[in-house]
Design a protein around this ligand. Structure first.
Ligand code: ADP
Length: 249
């Protein structure tokens, strides 16, 4: 999908504290994510990257500030947050598949519980998605019989089964070997055609290969955000430059 000028997610003055203010995970962060773009979130451990990602679908409630999705304030108590969560698929570092369900049932579970479509349509969509991630032959397998890379491709298919607008990736390849990482990246590159993507990654090359824009976080602060090529070639902030050149973190 080409990046549009439409802001799909707007993070405004987001503050997140833990332990009654003892931990400042995010300090006054502002970030607009446009429909169709791929935004990489980078920074050393403990910078607030995961907190930001989890805040986007309200898995974390902001201490203050706001997150707008398609113009709707997600903290507004009258908003059906579950409806919005459906529009944001999440893919985790450790896949988080349901171990007691077959691969296909993993894909069918949420759409069935939410009665998004009739059973036949949910089943057909699961088959289509398994084919799309190259794992149609694993429909009746259980997650533990699959490699990490295969499990992650299933987790991506499961996220797609909800027909989301956005996919949030939290370090999707950090538990994978280079070969599996490549296959998951190929899949993510495919997804770019149809979805808005936010990816937290420690892998700088991955951010360069996949994203349109990159945001650098340090100690809860969004230090710098810009076109990925610019962030990596001519960062404006010394702290970004130091991180990218491996001088810390
Ligand atoms: P990153 O993803 O960049 O590694 P995190 O968002 O996980 O950073 O964490 C940011 C800061 O918030 C860290 O200091 C971390 O220890 C703290 N933190 C994250 N989650 C919690 C939590 N549930 N309770 C207390 N502190 C937390």
């Amino acid at each position: 999908m080409a990046t549009s000028s439409k802001v799909l997610i707007s993070v405004q003055h987001l503050v997140k504290e833990y332990n009654h203010g003892a931990v400042h995970a995010l300090n006054d962060c502002n970030l607009d994510i446009h429909k169709g773009e791929v935004v990489a979130i980078i920074g050393p451990s403990g910078s607030g990257k995961s907190t930001l990602l989890r805040s986007l679908n309200m898995l974390e409630e902001p201490t203050s500030g706001a997150i707008f999705f398609d113009g709707v304030d997600l903290a507004d108590k009258s908003v059906d947050i579950n409806l919005h969560r459906q529009k944001m698929g999440m893919v985790f570092q450790h896949f988080n598949l349901f171990p007691h369900l077959t691969v296909k049932k993993n894909l069918e579970l949420a759409p069935s519980l939410l009665k998004l479509k009739d059973i036949e349509a949910i089943s057909a969509r699961a088959d289509e998605l398994l084919a799309r991630v190259g794992l149609a032959d694993k429909a009746n397998a259980y997650p533990k019989s699959l490699s990490g890379g295969q499990q992650q491709r299933i987790a991506i298919a499961r996220a797609l089964a909800m027909d989301p607008d956005v996919i949030l990736f939290d370090e999707p390849t950090s538990a994978l070997d280079p070969g599996s990482t490549m296959k998951v990246e190929e899949l993510m590159n495919e997804l770019k055609k149809n979805y808005t993507v936010v990816i937290v990654t420690h892998n700088m090359q991955q951010a360069l290969r996949i994203s349109d824009r990159t945001a650098f976080f340090l100690l809860g602060e969004l230090v710098e955000v810009g076109p990925t090529n610019q962030i990596f070639s001519t960062p404006r902030d010394k702290r970004t430059e130091d991180y990218i050149s491996g001088r810390f973190g």
